[in-house]
Design a protein around this ligand. Structure first.
Ligand code: NAP
Ligand code: 1JT
Length: 255
């Protein structure tokens, strides 16, 4: 029996074939899930719509998490196409390049608010929007990075936003727990994706994981997808409010 047979999964955050969310969608489909996908804007839609066809998605709709009306639309489409939601994947983040390039101390108020809104608050608003659509035993998953709890050079503002995302996950676990719905984060090691491209020093971080992590290799999108299947399935039935690391053990090594 497939682990996600007949489950209805809404997945946000596919930009292209390298996106973590794309590997999750692929593996979910292999495990029997039905997919509903979102993309941010028309430019990305050109890439995501063909991918959604290849994945046999039930629906693919535009959704910008800064736009209130897009949440209402998501709810409407979910009710019409799926009826209910068994799995919600939040795999998106944003901080503007200007703020990421500047010394952290110079972060603008607007840049701070935008990074928090897109990368952290969106998880709360999505859960609130879909709360009456979640099935009993539904599972919500968000992607995070270790720069939330330790200083990682250049991660800066995103580290603050990820700290909020992880904390939001803990508090949401109470509200969702009342409905038997679980919520967890996956903390992924560095992976070369669109979000990671052009980040100064990113190559050095990849090299450090290869040299110093217990597994002596970088993780892949598929490593993350494997844990996503576990967290989305009954195999993780007693797990909620947690941050599960998929990072070759790198975060456990001190020196
Ligand atoms: P990705 O392929 O670039 O995916 C990020 C997605 O977020 C993109 O589709 C992006 O669209 C979307 N997004 C940005 N602003 C949005 C908005 N306003 N509304 C809706 N979606 C929006 O990169 P990824 O590496 O797979 O990232 C997925 C998640 O994994 C993120 O939460 C990231 O922080 C996390 N993560 C990544 C790594 C890594 O090393 N790659 C490590 C740990 C955790 P645009 O391209 O249009 O901005
Ligand atoms: C964003 C970016 C979110 C890069 C991200 C991210 N989550 C993980 N990464 C990859 C990464 C980035 C840095 C890093 C280690 C991993 C780019 C801007 C949009 C949001 O440390 C150097 C900076």
């Amino acid at each position: 029996m497939k682990l996600l047979a007949g489950k209805k999964a809404v997945i946000l955050g596919i930009a292209n074939e390298r996106s973590i969310a794309y590997s999750i969608a692929k593996l979910f489909k292999d495990e029997g899930a039905e997919l509903g996908l979102t993309y941010v804007n028309e430019a990305l839609g050109k890439r995501v719509i063909p991918l959604s066809e290849e994945l046999g998605a039930k629906f693919v709709i535009p959704m910008d998490v800064t736009v209130d009306g897009d949440y209402e639309n998501l709810k409407k489409v979910v009710e019409k196409e799926f009826g209910h939601v068994d799995i919600l994947i939040h795999s998106l983040a944003f901080a503007n390049g200007e703020d990421l390039k500047k010394p952290f101390i110079e972060t603008s108020r607007e840049g701070f608010a935008q990074a928090m809104d897109i990368s952290a608050y969106s998880l709360m608003k999505l859960c609130n929007t879909l709360k009456d659509s979640f099935s009993e035993e539904a599972s919500v998953l968000a992607m995070t990075y270790h720069g939330s709890v330790k200083i990682v050079k250049n991660y800066n503002l995103m580290g603050v936003a990820k700290a909020a995302l992880e904390c939001i996950t803990r508090y949401l676990s109470i509200d969702l727990g009342e409905r038997k719905v679980r919520i967890n984060c996956i903390s992924a090691g560095p992976i070369r994706t669109l979000a990671a491209s052009g980040i100064p020093g990113f190559r050095d971080i990849l090299k450090d994981v290869e040299e110093r992590s217990p597994l002596k290799r970088n993780v892949t999108q598929d490593d993350v997808a494997n844990t996503a299947v576990y967290l989305a399935s009954r195999l993780s039935s007693g797990v909620t409010g947690q941050v599960i690391y998929v990072d070759s053990g790198h975060s456990q090594v001190a020196l």
